[in-house]
Design a protein around this ligand. Structure first.
Ligand SMILES: Cc1ncc(COP(=O)(O)O)c(C=O)c1O
Length: 400
């Protein structure tokens, strides 16, 4: 197998802990039946796994009622469900320019239905000002959805301050915790968050196809979807009680078993804060290494402020895609290039027209040697770009 350096953990953490994979296999080998539908022993055992996962994630997000933790396919699915369910034509919806397409596209869709949508910009350091959000709240503002941590520039947003304002003004407040869940502590009660939307396969170390949301007890939204829940089958409407109100069809039980094992694994690694410190140490070294290379441009990478172990850069004279290809093909360094599904972030940092940036996102399994190899690889590519630029300059001079 190629000895590669994996720096694309913001896309999905890799590898997954063996404990997670083993638990998923065990689930399917021993109790992989459909829970919540019937009462035979195996179904109850499968149900027990799902209940434990709900309970573990409820505690993880500072929630109080296990059944308010609902599962979905991923955070995109959860955000679509939330945005599609909470808003009606004539409502006002506030979100930010930091969002991923999993919020932007549902927002555009709502705008097409007659919802008024406001996109709040971020400052030159990559942070949204809570006062800017507060100033936009109106009598018909129904929902604020905010990115907790950027998958592009890595900045962690002041969600608690925004939560306080929303709570005071009676506006529903939700966060997209795709990048932060598992890296930054989230306490819904303390942060006045009404709905946390999460995905299982990033820093929660679960498998793909898992995610969901925790909906605080005082929140009352009726879903824009309906379908089989396994309970109250004679009803013509969606079941009102949670979790069934917000879950449709058979759950990804094997994935949920993995997500539960991942919760235990995170605790065994010393918890969220310990994992964050570990990853940030690598991210800072990478950032410092790249900052010292001539011709490398970093964006909003001040990691002394609230920041994730995620940052983007470009090498002068090379499109991001080419830098990414050279990293991959010549150096076995795996990254993600382009607009990262967050075009408005690139508009904000001035890289939209250039087709984006290269992203480095180290993870828990990144080593010192990986960091060194990645820095050396970028240094090599930057040198190549400088030489190419110098040669092009020399041939222009010779021709004139
Ligand atoms: C901030 C953010 N939101 C949403 C998503 C979408 O995640 P998923 O594909 O798991 O739904 C991502 C994934 O990169 C993300 O980084």
């Amino acid at each position: 197998m190629t000895d590669y350096v994996y720096l694309d953990n913001a896309a999905t953490t890799f590898p997954k802990p063996p404990e997670v994979i083993r638990e998923m296999c065990d689930f399917y080998l021993t109790r992989g039946v459909n829970p919540g539908r019937t009462g035979f022993d195996l179904a109850l055992e499968a149900e027990q796994t799902v209940l434990e996962a709900r309970a573990a994630l409820t505690r993880f997000f500072g929630g109080t009622v296990r059944d308010r933790l609902v599962f979905s396919l991923n955070v995109t699915d959860a955000l679509n469900l939330l945005i599609g369910s909470a808003l009606s034509p004539g409502d006002h919806f506030i979100t930010t320019c930091l969002e991923h397409n999993s919020v932007l596209r549902p927002a555009y869709q709502q705008a097409g239905r007659g919802v008024e949508v406001d996109f709040v910009p971020f400052d030159e350091h990559g942070y949204v000002d809570p006062d800017d959000i507060a100033a936009r709240i109106k009598s018909n503002t129904r929902l604020v959805v905010m990115n907790h941590g950027s998958n592009v520039i890595g900045t962690i947003q002041p969600v608690a301050a925004v939560g306080r304002v929303c709570r005071e003004r009676g506006v529903l407040f939700a966060i997209d915790a795709a990048q932060t869940a598992g890296l930054v502590g989230i306490d819904m009660a303390a942060m006045n968050i009404d709905v946390v939307c999460f995905t299982g396969h990033k820093s929660l170390f679960g498998p793909t196809g898992t995610g969901g949301m925790y909906v605080a007890e005082h929140v009352d939204i009726w879903p824009c979807r309906s379908g089989g829940t396994g309970v109250k089958s004679a009803l013509k409407t969606q079941v009102a009680e949670y979790p069934w109100r917000m879950e449709f069809g058979t759950l990804n039980t094997m994935g949920i078993a993995g997500l539960l094992a991942a919760q235990r694994w995170i605790a065994g690694r010393g918890g969220v804060a310990a994992i964050y410190e570990h990853e940030m140490a690598h991210a800072r070294r990478l950032r410092d290494g790249l900052a010292a290379i001539e011709g490398v441009r970093l964006y909003c990478a001040d990691m002394e402020r609230d920041h994730l172990p995620v940052f983007v850069f470009n090498v002068d004279g090379l499109p991001a895609e080419q830098t990414g290809q050279l990293l991959d093909v010549e150096h076995d360094v795996i990254t993600r290039t382009g607009l990262h599904c967050a075009p408005r972030v690139h508009e904000g940092i001035g890289t939209f027209e250039a087709d984006g940036t290269v992203r480095f996102s180290p993870g828990i399994f990144t080593t010192d040697r990986d960091v060194e190899r990645a820095i050396n690889a970028v240094a090599d590519i930057a040198q190549y770009a400088r030489q190419r630029h110098a040669r092009a300059g020399a041939s222009v001079t010779a021709a004139t």
